[in-house]
Design a protein around this ligand. Structure first.
Ligand code: NCD
Length: 324
């Protein structure tokens, strides 16, 4: 019998959780990208809904602020026919002292099948996977990983430039505090891209250098080599201060401006995970300019999150089939 979820070749998807891109194989990453492309036409209101998650409950368990990721996961789950519940720690029994695991166990008792988890502490989704039965998607754990963001970045690159392999991608900004940078590095390297991280030395930790990327502290010196620039936000909320002299100086050295774009390849693709700080990491004219794919990224996030939820559900169905 053919098992469900066989998008390419004769391999099947077996993962029950998506915790990061570090553990994924290139085949698994391509499978998610291909599934996302297939699902994008069904991602918009008015298009036919799919029923991959009919009768299932997806819960957003968010312990950190979010706009895009949260709305996108909720919408993706609805487009697959799931019931969706949004939990945020503020206003919940967390303020009465309830632990994270107890909270999740209680929500599971209400029927949760999939938990989409965002938490300030690295490893929280991994920890939770040992304590509950539901499938878990990491929607950002501290400065560790944010796999669906990197997948939607990579999908946008593949759509706009036709490939990922052989491209030079610059990750510019606050690498130290960026889970988006870490997941991008894992994903891009597995698909054969050249990755350069660039920012003030105080924002590029040794641990990232050890991930096998090139490091450069001068945006101007790498600008004309880049096919893609992914502009990362200065994450003031994670910094304890004093990591660079001033915002004005950061902007002068690393701000992506129209003048810098004019010195780059005309086809340079500009990405940013958002939220963007206009006038700090990039100027409004660049953010809204012809090289920018920032809103395409957001739209692609729906396809990626539909694909991930659907594949996790298929893995579960396959496991049941095998055990029956
Ligand atoms: C990112 C995040 O939360 O890590 N945003 C997002 O998910 N779209 C990056 C950021 O906050 O700068």
């Amino acid at each position: 019998m053919q098992l469900l979820g066989e998008p390419t070749g004769n391999k099947i998807w077996t993962r029950k959780h998506l915790l990061g891109l570090e553990d994924l194989s290139p085949w698994e990453i391509r499978t998610i990208l291909n599934e996302a492309e297939r699902m994008l036409p069904n991602s918009r209101p008015g298009s036919p809904k799919l029923n991959d998650l009919a009768g299932r409950m997806v819960v957003n368990l968010f312990y950190e602020p979010s706009t895009r990721t949260r709305v996108s996961f909720a919408q993706a789950a609805r487009r697959l026919g799931a019931d969706v519940t949004d939990f945020s720690s503020s206003g919940s029994s967390v303020s009465k002292g309830e632990s994270f695991i107890d909270t999740a166990r209680n929500i599971e008792a209400l029927g949760m099948d999939f938990a989409v988890v965002r938490h300030a502490v690295p490893g929280t989704p991994h920890l939770l996977s040992h304590h509950i039965q539901s499938g878990i998607v990491n929607a950002g754990d501290g400065a560790h990983e944010h796999p669906t963001q990197a997948l939607l970045d990579i999908l946008t690159i593949r759509q706009r430039l036709g490939r990922v392999e052989g491209l030079t991608v610059g990750l510019v900004g606050d690498i130290a505090h960026s889970r988006v940078a870490r997941s991008n590095i894992h994903g891009l390297k597995k698909l054969g891209a050249r990755v350069i991280v660039c920012g003030p030395p105080t924002l590029i930790p040794r641990e990232v250098i050890e991930m096998g990327v090139e490091v450069n502290y001068s945006l101007d010196s790498i600008l004309n080599e880049l096919d893609v620039v992914n502009v990362l936000r200065i994450q003031f909320e994670r910094q304890r201060g004093g990591l660079f002299p001033s915002i004005r100086e950061y902007y002068r050295l690393f701000g992506v401006t129209a003048e810098r774009m004019a010195r780059a390849k005309p086809s340079l693709l500009l990405l940013a995970p958002g939220p963007i700080n206009r006038g700090v990491e990039l100027t409004p004219e660049v953010a809204d300019g012809p090289n920018s794919a920032i809103l395409d990224q957001v739209a692609n996030g729906l396809g990626i999150r539909m694909a991930v939820l659907s594949l996790l559900a298929q893995a579960e169905a396959n496991a049941r089939l095998r055990n029956s």
